[in-house]
Design a protein around this ligand. Structure first.
Ligand code: GLU
Length: 312
């Protein structure tokens, strides 16, 4: 068993071997491409805030980022609106499913940027005169977080757009409440493209590390978002990032994170590192089963829990 507080002496292949025998959970079936996911895939990567990278076998296998894009859409919206996005979306956890057809009572705003309503809204707030320009801005922003040019899987984007009935419903509801300024169809199209961005574990770990490093990509040196934006995004990941299992996650893992239905989890431990795990079978709340176990092990063995202290 690996036990060290040095992330780059940490053996991610040994971690992989420990969690691979876990066969619980089901792959997502919302679109055919996700239903065909390889249930035996497990990959993990770590990137320190100094840019040192550790990666397991299969850390170059790409999957669609899905909901793990939400913190980065929030970051780009905050950056592009100079914080004005904060008034347009709530920041409280919902305790409900990520795609619940519900807005904040009284304001008609999305409850937070980590559920679908919020991400549809934040994706609509990034710079760009039309849907194509906003999608291009999002892809270049995500690429800056990942430190390389990412690509969108056009077939996944098309199916997310066509089959995302709940997202269309949410966008129409926000139109009716006057909280979404673009057309409902444009909002869903841009969000669907964002969810269909392909990443591997290394990309996602570097995206998390960029937040953990205060918005500066630790490998390329590019200032992707401001320190304040990175802080705001990580705060909301901590309270709302793991669907309606965020409380359990914070107790067990203690690292701000965001999961997605392709089995991805991105973690950001401020001032320490970014991490990512990818394994498609999901628990009832939509979080990767092996990814959750691996995150708990990583947190314990690298001493990452935000609320653990030796002082007493
Ligand atoms: N494409 C998914 C949707 O909005 C993302 C879901 C997820 O990863 O939670 O509906």
């Amino acid at each position: 068993m690996t036990s060290t507080s040095d992330p780059f002496a940490y053996d991610l292949d040994a971690l992989r071997a420990r969690v691979l025998p876990e066969t619980g959970g089901e792959v997502d079936r919302s679109i055919p491409q996700l239903a065909r996911a390889d249930a035996s895939l497990f990959a993990a990567a770590l990137v320190s805030i100094d840019g040192a990278v550790g990666a397991s076998v299969d850390s170059d296998v790409r999957v669609s980022i899905q909901s793990a894009v939400k913190p980065f859409l929030f970051a780009l919206a905050l950056q592009d609106t100079e914080g004005e996005a904060l008034g347009r979306v709530g920041i409280e956890p919902t305790g409900e499913a990520f795609d619940a057809i519900k807005l904040e009572s009284g304001t008609g705003r999305p409850p937070n940027p980590m559920v679908n309503a919020g991400a549809l809204l934040t994706a609509s707030l990034v710079d760009g005169a039309d849907a194509a320009a906003r999608s291009a801005r999002i892809l270049s922003g995500l690429s800056a977080f990942a430190g390389r040019a990412l690509e969108v899987d056009a077939d996944i984007a098309k199916n997310e757009h066509l089959l995302g009935d709940r997202n269309h419903a949410l966008a129409h509801l926000m139109r009716a409440e006057d909280t979404l300024a673009v057309s409902a169809d444009d909002a869903v199209a841009v969000y669907a493209q964002a969810c269909a961005t392909l990443v591997d574990a290394r990309d996602l770990a570097l995206m998390g590390a960029t937040l953990a490093a205060g918005g500066r990509n630790p490998v390329t040196g590019v200032e992707v978002v401001s320190r304040e934006v990175a802080r705001d995004v990580i705060s909301v990941m901590a309270t709302c990032g793991v669907y309606d299992g965020s409380g359990r996650w914070m107790r067990q893992v203690g690292v701000p994170a965001k999961s997605g239905v392709s089995g991805v989890i991105v973690l950001a431990a401020p001032g320490r590192l970014g991490a990512a795990v990818i394994s498609p079978p999901l628990d009832d709340q939509g979080t990767s089963v092996r990814g959750h176990i691996a995150s708990e092990l990583l947190s314990a063995e690298l001493d990452l829990h935000s609320f653990r202290t030796n002082a007493r």
